[in-house]
Design a protein around this ligand. Structure first.
Ligand code: XMP
Length: 512
């Protein structure tokens, strides 16, 4: 495995993804705990991440000396390079020459890191984002590549097997970056590249059996990919010691609840309790228009309903959750203060500790795309596994203002038509998330010879890598026109369609 030491860069998780794409298992740990992690993991190599900090600051995070003495190859990225240089006796200077964005890198000398990827005296595109830079290398280091703003853009001590790069090979704007990581972990560190979902599946099944023994496990299903994959995996491990509870809050998309129920019962034969709680949820949300109260109401009702059902089943020691790796990675914070709550997120996974059960979280080490791959491995249908993310509070937060069954039905129909058009146009996989929103606004229209006074439907589609930032999707106008016509013709209750062209920030993806 590979240890990634996190100094707080926004893109540290991307390093992990690139390494796993090369078939190698890796873990991210905050720099303060790197020593512990080193001991436990006994990695074959170490990557030091970037950071928003400057090595010139007082109290700048430092490279733990045990890492340098571990005797395994080290790769420092951006801040990681600078921290390495400082630790080994070189010098870093503040930015006279800041470099942000695309930059040209020229290879001046051969190095194992660029083997079969980059050629001597050729130039390649890389992504830079730095103010400080190395001005003096530690002893034993040589320059491998330069850029106009960074004379030490890539340096190496091949004998001690230490590399430092000023650019970010983990981002897509460094087109060959994935190959450099593959070189590092496979050729330099000698990792085998056998981390696949097939091996993960076997390993996870073993671990679940070991952890659970012959106890009973309860799993909350949301209809989403994560909890479904977790449930199918656990069922493979322990069979009918697992019971799933599907709290159907009536806020899912068209046909979704039925799909989940039939998939679990018929395809997988997994014991499933389907709780039809639509009335409870809709009644509680009717007339409530404050987004935060809506979110909290849904969260509270969900927990109450789930607990009541779990109580009926009784005798379970374990609660299964579809927690993913991004939720587990401890974040390195430099701001100190608490961050502002934009939205109170609700997930089926977020059940509080008060349930007094032990947790089974078989997806804790996986990224979203790996969960999808595992879903394929477990035979879940493609259209299910590849679905866009869907928020726990469901359509309630896509119905600004009070929610009613009538509005939810209108929204479901419009949403289904919109997604159908997207699939037909072959755009589904290009888009991170697409959905309809039903506005609490009625406008005047004319249909046939008559006046109409009906709701406005807003369409949203965004591209994103992780949901943290997003761009609105640039449709062809004719696509929007066609979709709007279909929605207005086919859905009673909507007479106007608009398209949301807000990116995130300043907007959020969902409207509430
Ligand atoms: P926002 O609207 O904050 O959404 O830009 C970012 C991503 O998170 C999803 N989202 C949620 N997911 N529970 C979830 O599981 C929630 O309460 C929740 N709220 C928003 C949203 O769909 C987008 O993918």
């Amino acid at each position: 495995s590979i240890l990634i030491v996190d100094f707080g860069s926004q893109v540290t998780q991307l390093i992990a993804r690139r390494i796993r794409e090369a078939g190698v298992y890796c873990e991210v740990h905050p720099f303060q705990k790197a020593g512990e992690a080193l001991e436990r993991l006994a990695p074959k190599g170490i990557v030091l991440s970037g950071s928003p900090a400057s090595t010139l600051d007082e109290n700048a995070p430092e490279v733990d000396p045990v890492l340098l003495d571990a005797g395994v190859p080290i790769l420092g990225i951006c801040y990681g390079q600078q921290a390495l240089v400082k630790a080994l006796g070189g010098r870093v200077e503040g930015g006279h020459h800041r470099e942000f964005g695309r930059s040209e890198l020229t290879i001046r000398q051969h190095s194992a890191l660029v083997d079969d990827v980059w050629e001597l005296d050729h130039s390649y595109q890389v992504w830079m984002s730095h103010g400080d830079r190395v001005v003096e290398m530690p002893e034993g280091f040589e320059i491998v590549a330069t850029s106009s703003g960074a004379p030490f853009a890539m340096i190496a001590n091949e004998e001690r097997r230490i590399w430092g790069v000023q650019f970010h090979p983990e981002v897509v704007h460094t087109p060959d970056g994935a190959k450099l990581y593959a070189n590092f972990v496979r050729k330099i560190c000698g990792c085998e590249g056998n981390w696949t979902m097939a091996t993960f599946r076997d390993m996870a099944i073993e671990r679940i059996r070991e952890q659970v023994g012959d106890s009973r496990v309860i799993c909350g299903l949301s209809g989403g990919v994560d909890s479904s994959v977790a449930a199918v995996l656990i069922h493979e491990a322990i069979g009918d010691q697992l019971t799933c509870i599907f709290v159907d809050h009536g806020l899912l998309r068209l046909g979704e609840a039925e799909q989940v129920v039939s998939m679990f019962r018929e395809k997988y034969n997994i014991p499933l309790v389907h709780v039809d709680a639509e009335n409870t949820f809709v009644a509680a949300l009717e007339g409530e228009s404050d987004p935060e109260i809506k979110r909290k109401t849904i969260g509270r009702l969900f927990i109450e309903t789930f607990e009541a059902e779990a109580g009926k089943i009784g005798g379970a020691d374990f609660l299964a959750q579809g927690t993913l790796y991004p939720d587990v990675i401890e974040s390195v914070s430099f701001t100190g203060g608490p961050s502002v709550t934009i939205k109170s997120h609700h997930n089926v996974g977020g059940l509080p500790e008060r349930m007094n059960m032990k947790l089974v979280e078989p997806l804790r080490e996986l990224f979203k795309d790996e969960v999808r791959a595992l879903g394929h491995e477990l035979g879940l249908p493609e259209h299910f596994v590849g679905r866009h993310p869907f928020p726990g509070p469901g359509l309630a937060i896509r119905c600004p203002g009070g929610v009613s069954r009538e509005k939810l039905d209108i929204l479901r129909q419009a949403d289904a038509i919109y997604l159908d058009e997207i699939r037909k146009a072959g755009l589904y996989d290009e888009i991170w998330q697409a959905f309809a929103v039903l506005l609490p606004v009625q406008t005047v229209g004319v249909m046939g010879d008559g006046r109409t006074y009906e709701f406005v439907c807003a369409l949203r589609a965004v591209t994103s890598v992780d949901g943290m930032t997003a761009d609105f999707y640039h449709y062809d106008m004719s696509f929007l026109g066609k979709t709007a016509t279909r929605i207005i013709n086919e859905v009673r209750g909507i007479n106007r369609v608009v398209y949301d062209v807000t990116s995130k920030p300043p907007g959020t993806i969902e409207w509430e």
